[in-house]
Write a protein that binds this ligand. Structure first.
Ligand SMILES: [Zn+2]
Ligand SMILES: [Zn+2]
Ligand SMILES: [Zn+2]
Length: 225
């Protein structure tokens, strides 16, 4: 009986070791392109593939322009750029992605009369992002705050918001707060570390106060999210 238990434990340990080894190899393989000259993974595009998305469920490298097109409705994905030696962090904002409001993927025809796309700090479940927003300025257009609400983004102020939170991250905080008693301070710390776990103080949302206030305001509508 004792021999059987020891044998079972040995087998489990050996399976655990194999899985750890496989995970390690997979992680190392993902740290460089599979070929010396990777091509963009979008069919019919022959540009060099240099952008890797950490949040898309595929391992293709895309060229800068295809990466921006593929993320027109996924502006909070984290990306890295192959610089010939290693993948360095970059962002869809730096690559030129603009999140257009009120006109699907197209930009507002009155964009010339509108203020230039504005950088907005948005907290999502995977960290803090700077996103370029192309506001709709058509006659009778919804307010900036209403335009954000229509994309399930909760602005921290109404007139010209500079910080906002996705409904997803509010829901996540709501659940953590109720189930694990996570405070806004701890949650903000975790979000900042998800953004940059090395230089935590460099992240744009350094104080949990907006989260405190939003967690109170947001609670009115969290039941509907
Ligand atoms: Zn992606
Ligand atoms: Zn491409
Ligand atoms: Zn418009």
């Amino acid at each position: 009986m004792q021999d059987d238990t020891a044998e079972l434990t040995r087998e489990k340990n050996s399976q655990g070791n194999i899985l750890r080894q496989m995970a390690l190899q997979a992680c190392i393989a993902l740290e460089s392109p599979s070929t010396r000259t990777p091509i963009c993974g979008v069919p019919d595009c022959n540009a060099a593939g240099i952008i890797q998305c950490l949040d898309c469920d595929h391992d293709d490298l895309l060229c800068r322009s295809c990466a921006v097109s593929a993320h027109s409705f996924l502006p909070f994905h984290k990306i890295r750029k192959w610089n010939g030696s290693f993948f360095e962090p970059t962002s869809l904002n730096i690559c030129g992605l603009i999140l257009h409001m009120n006109h699907g993927q197209g930009s507002c025809p009155h964009v010339k009369e509108a203020p230039a796309p504005q950088d907005l700090t948005v907290v999502d479940t995977n960290g803090v992002h700077i996103v370029s927003i192309g506001w709709c300025c058509c006659f009778g257009a919804p307010s900036f705050a209403e335009q954000l609400f229509s994309r399930r983004i909760f602005p921290a102020s109404t007139l010209r918001p500079k910080t906002a939170f996705t409904f997803r991250v509010l829901k996540l905080f709501h659940m953590f707060n109720h189930v694990a008693r996570t405070t806004p301070w701890d949650f903000t710390g975790a979000m900042n570390r998800l953004t940059d776990n090395v230089d935590v103080k460099s992240t744009p949302v350094s104080a949990p106060l907006p989260f405190c206030r939003l967690s109170v305001n947001g609670r009115f509508c969290l039941g509907y999210i």
